[in-house]
Design a protein around this ligand. Structure first.
Ligand code: FES
Length: 362
């Protein structure tokens, strides 16, 4: 919170709360809250997690960074004191969002971080509160929160306050069930603006695709669209999947739905369910085989071929690739018939066997 932006004390705090209330009213008016199947476990993770983040984790980290900064490198004059507020805000936001892109992407590619981020993808309904659904440790080591403290230490408190409000607006709207961008897609005369907007900012359609359950629906890609405020990083680093449609199913395939305590407090509390990635000693076994599978495919059907070698449903994906750098390959059968699918994952002609397993045997 800051005290003198535009002469209104703590205006950033009021704006952040107002955005949440605004989206709550929008989702209520749209009828979403009557239909919601949220369980008490969901509420604890989403509302409870947001409160802990807002009143404990974030302020404590910022205070710790300011304290350490003044101890280690006391500044007579803050480095950013002469900067224009607009330039300072854009600088803060661009670095913040680049940090978050790589943190979020790493959370999909590395097993430990994936376990902290996994609760975010267990949500089977979207809604603005899903934005804050992660394990508590995910936030403690999140570089962005430390960046808030560091930029404030450098003298950028006002830019941080403005940046957090703008970022909150994009993030909350991209998770909400009331998707403003549907209006943009509806009217032809808005297309030039829409094209520019979606190539700069994260839209609800862009982010909903990241939460979609499976790539088989033709619009989702849980292994793409990692940006939070700007879509430029996904375009730059090759992970952007632009769509203007919304998935029918959200969440994770094969989700054991453990108790909120394991989801939120992992690794302090582990799941008692042996099938859960969050259980003690859980490992994803290598399921590759040095022989192909002969599978009858049906014309027009979509198949997700496993490329990570961990699926228990070989040769097809069962979502075990989460927490690795691999992603499944989408295959649409052009005709009905039997096909030889690769199980060794050495093929250069995925998803089909090219006899690479014969070399591996030697
Ligand atoms: S389980 Fe999805 S790629 Fe292996």
């Amino acid at each position: 919170m800051i005290h003198d932006l535009f002469g209104i004390p703590n205006i950033d705090f009021y704006l952040v709360i107002s955005i949440l209330i605004f989206f709550f009213i929008l989702e209520t008016l749209s009828g979403y809250w009557h239909k919601s199947q949220r369980t008490s476990s969901d509420w604890i993770q989403e509302l409870g997690g947001y409160i802990v983040l807002g009143i404990a984790i974030k302020p404590q980290i910022v205070i710790a960074v300011l304290f350490l900064g003044h101890k280690i490198y006391p500044l007579e004059q803050p480095i950013l004191s002469g900067w224009n507020l607009g330039i300072m805000t854009i600088t803060y936001l661009l670095i913040d969002d680049l940090l978050q892109y790589w943190y979020h992407r790493s959370a999909h590619e590395y097993p430990f971080l994936w376990k902290l981020h996994r609760p975010h993808h267990q949500a089977e309904e979207m809604g603005f509160f899903v934005s804050y659904r992660n394990a508590f440790l995910y936030y403690i080591i999140m570089p962005n929160i430390w960046w808030v403290g560091f930029f404030t230490f450098l003298g950028g408190a006002k830019a941080v306050a403005i940046g957090l409000v703008l970022k909150q607006l994009i993030i909350v709207s991209s998770h909400s069930t009331v998707s403003y961008d549907k209006l943009l897609y509806k009217y032809k005369f808005l297309q030039p603006f829409t094209y520019i907007w979606e190539h700069i900012f994260i839209t609800p359609a862009f982010h909903h695709a990241h939460h979609g359950k499976t790539k088989r629906d033709g619009m989702s890609d849980p292994n793409g669209n990692f940006g939070n405020m700007f879509s430029i990083w996904d375009q730059l680093f090759g992970t952007a999947v632009f769509t203007r449609k919304f998935p029918a199913d959200y969440g994770l395939e094969n989700d054991p739905k453990e108790h909120w305590s394991a989801a939120y407090l992992y690794p302090i509390i582990k799941s008692k369910d042996k099938n859960s990635e969050l259980s003690k000693g859980y490992i994803k076994a290598d399921t590759t085989r040095l022989e192909p599978s002969l599978v009858e495919v049906v014309k027009g059907e979509k198949y997700l071929y496993c490329q990570c070698g961990l699926s228990k449903n070989q040769p097809f994906c069962d979502s075990s690739h989460h927490g690795t750098k691999h992603k499944p390959l989408l295959y649409e059968a052009p005709k009905t018939g039997k096909m030889r699918f690769c199980n060794c994952k050495l093929t250069k002609n995925g998803p089909f066997c090219d006899d690479s397993h014969l070399q591996a045997k030697k």
